[in-house]
Design a protein around this ligand. Structure first.
Ligand code: ADP
Length: 162
């Protein structure tokens, strides 16, 4: 059984993330989408909220599970029996950091490959930060985030601005 982990902050999940999840689910037998906790980032959604939002969006993929970890990514991947870590690449700007991390993770755990997936051209401009920024100004988010979570984003933005 070929298992992959797709890690990220997913604050919140976007259509760009979902596109990577769908493609990875078509290649691997099982994909764990893992919400990683980064103490340096101040997220808009709590870890549990992010997990719940992703779960709602990936319901239709039978081989996708949503999880969370605040440990080392390779340790998590190993605990799940994964042979690969999936990363989405939007632009050259993503590459430098992701390449360093891939080499560091390979050093820590030579049995786990990092695999890069090129973003769909439709979503190369899309990040969770863009969604939050546009949402603040009341933009229509239907081209950016899954419809299942649109109201949650609106509600969160409303409650954080009062
Ligand atoms: P961000 O906050 O920049 O959206 P995340 O940490 O949530 O970043 O991203 C998780 C993973 O998804 C990373 O591998 C990132 O490169 C990838 N990713 C994010 N947005 C997209 C997109 N629009 N298309 C493809 N991959 C993406």
């Amino acid at each position: 059984m070929k298992i992959a982990v797709y890690p990220g902050s997913f604050d919140p999940i976007t259509l760009g993330h979902l596109n990577i999840i769908k493609r990875a689910a078509g290649i691997f037998d099982r994909v764990y989408v893992c919400v990683m906790v980064n103490a340096d980032k101040k997220p808009m959604f709590t870890r549990d909220e992010r997990v719940e939002l992703i779960r709602r969006c990936v319901k239709r993929f039978e081989n996708v599970e949503v999880d969370t970890s605040d440990g080392l990514l390779v340790d998590y991947a190993k605990s799940r029996g994964a042979c690969a870590i999936i990363k989405g690449l939007r632009a050259v700007s993503d590459f430098d950091w992701e390449f360093q991390m891939a080499l560091a993770n390979k050093k820590l755990e030579p049995g786990i490959e990092t695999m890069f997936m090129a973003s769909s051209e439709k979503y190369t401009y899309l990040s969770s930060t863009v969604v939050k920024e546009l949402g603040k100004y009341g933009a229509d988010l239907s081209e950016f985030v899954p419809v299942e979570i649109m109201d949650d984003i609106k509600d969160k933005l409303k409650s954080s601005s009062v």
